[in-house]
Structures are given as C-alpha cells and as structure tokens.
Write a protein that binds this ligand. Structure first.
Ligand code: ADP
Ligand code: MG
Length: 396
C-alpha cells in the first residue's frame, strides 16, 4: 500500500522513535481509560523483540506551545509500565539535553517516554528545527498515531521526512482497514452517514457519492434532504438553508450512479427527551408540531436488504437521536444487521466517529464490526478523501 512497516526496517541495535497517541483521560492524577495505551503495546514489543530500544513521542492535551505542568505525560507512566510489563524511563523534554541524556542511558530493549511534544511551540507549527532536534535522538521513525495523522506537526510529519520511516502495527492495521473500505473495496459498497447536520459533513458526502454504490442518509441530516425534496419535517432539526446543497448532492449522486436511501418512515415525537410519547408515520406524514427523532421499521427493513446486497460497508453517524431511548432503535437494528453479516463473513464493515463508536458500543455491535476506528477527526478527514500529512510522509 505504499508504506513500510516494522518488518521492512533494519531495527536491531537501533533507537526507534515511535510517535504514539496516549492522549488518555485522566482524573485526579490517574489514567481512567488505558485503551489507547494498550493499543501501542504490539508495536513497542515487536520493536524490542527485533533488538531495538524504544523512545516514545506523544502529545497530551492542548498546552499550546507552553510548559503546563498539569499536562505532563509523566501521569501516564504507571499505566504504560502496567500495559507493557516493563519499566519505562522518562525525560523532562522531548529535545535537547534532558532527552539526549535519557536516550544515552537507555539500555538495549529499554523504553523511554519523552515529555509532551506540544510543550514546544514548534510542534504544531511543524518547525524544522524541532523536528531535527527530535530526529537527532534516534535512528528510525515509527508512526503509530493514525489519530494524529491529519495534522502536519513536527512529531508526525516533519520528523518522518528526516529519518527512515515506517508505520507501526496500529497505524498499519488502520490503513489496511480503511483501504479495504474505500480505497480498493470489494463491491458493492454501502456507506451509512447519519448524525446531526449536513453542514458538518458536506465534504464527506461529496467524496462518498463518487466512491460508493449505496449511500444511506439518516439522522438529523436526512431531514435536510427531506426538506430538499419538499417533504414537511415539522419542528425537526433541519438546516433549511442547506436544502439547495442537499439537492445538488442528490443530483450528483444520480450522475455517479450512487443509489441514495433516505428514510421511508419516521419515528416522531413532540419532545426531545428519553421516553417521549412517539408514533411511527410514513415519511410524508410528519405532523407540523412533531419532530423526527429516528427512522422507522420499514426503513430498517430496506436497509437490511441493502446491506445484504453489499460486500463492504462504511459507517459514520447514528440514524437517530440514539442517546435517547427509544430513539436508538433504528441505529441498534441496523448495527445488529451489520454485525450479523460481518460475523457470517458476508460483509467487511468499518465504522468511526465519536458518537458513532458510542452508538455502536451501546448497540452491543462494535465487537463484531471488522474494524472500529477510534481516530475521530483523522477518520473523518480520511472519509472526506483528504490526504493525511502524517500518512503521506510515510509513503514511498
Ligand atoms: P459522529 O460524532 O459519530 O461523527 P455526529 O456528531 O455527526 O456523529 O452525530 C451524532 C449526533 O446526531 C447525536 O448527538 C445524535 O443525537 C444526533 N442526531 C441524530 N439524529 C438526530 C435527529 N433526528 N434529531 C436530532 N439529533 C439527531
Ligand atoms: Mg459527534
């Protein structure tokens, strides 16, 4: 796929600089969710097994180029040591004297964590001097932080241009999964796009109608498409001023041969709250004083058929106001269908996005998807068809 992995590198006896995402939640000085830390273990362990020592580069929070003691990466050390089952040394800075000294003291097979790269203004500015300062600490560069790859920063992009560079295990797995979903997918391909607003997902819709065979539009953003088609949506969340844009997307989809699937029935309520009185109505029958909070059962039945006809599916955005029961029903049912088809080996399924991951977890379906991206913004930019600078810098 145009990038090297750890297996292509000569790492024995070398110092590997590994960019990781360990931007974990912390409360009262303790890591409360170590998932991101656990995910970097294979890369670190494989490098050590191949005879390297490992120097970890990472950001933490948004200190905006200043040293902010509360945003020190030191807080992650106990969780890192626990996940790796190894002692981890720490350096007070990611460049200069303290970093050099700590690297020099690192035994073969040792692990060292450098302080928050964002304590330096040059990090987010992709300052060549900062990148060179970090590059001088090691022999090879391994990027395992896909979730930071949409930013051209010194530790994600600049440094990759200065050393022999490759993707870590996590980055390679993410790129492979994303390529299987939209790069060179098995067809037909379906995309499910939901969520609140069309305006935040215009680039994403534009890219998808060029690439997929079926585009399912749900959630609040479907309301804007219904408005564009002249359907009454009552008091629903809808961007009326985006109706022309929605019409243009529908016209373009017709040109590219992408079948668009909008809800054919709706779950409507008078209040935006859990357990609100609700009814199922055909798409053309939303009462003027009601709002659309979910897709109805007939829509779910159509989606089942669409999913069954496809080999690949990519999903971003819930189909309804999934935080409020029972308006999570369509999202749950569609997720269960995707999970079932994936388990049966009939579908490759990839999903991502903050609320989407939460919704699929809530539906109990996430485990069965082929790949769930926790990369947030980087995943969305990739779905928009954008080049991610941190990935581009790894390409031959
Ligand atoms: P992601 O974070 O996965 O990219 P979004 O942020 O785009 O997803 O969308 C999630 C939000 O969309 C949720 O808060 C959900 O309640 C909201 N939403 C979905 N459908 C509706 C609807 N019909 N009315 C109001 N809000 C909705
Ligand atoms: Mg969101």
């Amino acid at each position: 796929m145009g990038f090297k992995t750890i297996d292509d590198m000569d790492v024995a006896g070398k110092v590997a600089l590994v960019r990781v995402d360990i931007n974990v939640p912390v409360e009262a000085g303790v890591v409360t969710d170590a998932t991101r830390i656990e995910k970097i273990v294979p890369t670190v362990k494989d490098l050590i097994a191949k005879g390297a020592s490992v120097v970890l580069l990472a950001h933490f929070g948004r200190p905006k180029g200043k040293v902010v003691p509360e945003m020190s990466l030191r807080v992650t050390l106990p969780a890192l040591e626990k996940a790796l089952g190894l002692p981890v040394a720490f350096a007070e800075d990611c460049v200069g004297g303290p970093a050099k000294k700590a690297v020099a003291a690192l035994p073969k097979g040792g692990v060292l964590l450098l302080e928050n790269t964002r304590f330096h203004e040059g990090e987010e500015k992709n300052d060549p001097a900062l990148a060179a300062g970090m590059a001088a600490l090691g022999h090879i560069y391994v990027n395992d932080a896909f979730s930071a790859a949409h930013r051209a920063h010194a530790s994600t992009e600049g440094i990759a241009r200065l050393l022999p560079a490759c993707a870590g295990r996590l980055m390679a797995a993410e790129l492979k999964a994303l390529n299987a979903a939209l790069g060179e997918p098995e067809r037909p391909v379906a995309a499910v796009v939901g969520g609140a607003k069309v305006s935040t997902k215009l680039d994403l819709l534009g890219n998808l109608i060029e690439k997929v065979d079926h585009l399912v539009i749900g959630g609040g953003m479907a309301n804007t498409f219904l408005v564009a088609k002249g359907v009454q949506v009552g008091t629903s969340l809808a961007e009326h001023e985006m109706a022309d844009t929605a019409s243009a997307i529908l016209a373009k989809a017709e040109e590219t041969g992408c079948a668009i699937h909008l809800p054919i029935d709706l779950v409507v309520a008078r209040e935006f709250k859990a357990g609100a009185d609700h009814e199922v109505v055909p798409v053309s029958h939303c009462p003027p004083d009601a709002m659309i909070l979910d897709a109805g059962p007939s829509t779910v039945a159509v989606l089942d058929t669409v999913f069954q006809s496809c080999r690949t599916l990519i999903w971003n955005g819930p189909l309804g106001a999934f935080e409020l029961q029972p308006f999570d029903a369509a999202t749950n049912a569609a997720a269960a269908k995707v999970a079932e088809l994936t388990r049966a080996g009939k579908l490759v399924s990839v999903a991502g996005g903050g609320d989407t991951v939460a919704a699929l977890n809530k539906a109990g379906a996430a485990e069965d998807f082929t790949f769930i991206s926790t990369a947030g913004g980087a995943f969305l930019e990739w779905m928009e068809g954008k080049d991610l600078p941190g990935v581009a810098a790894l390409m031959d």
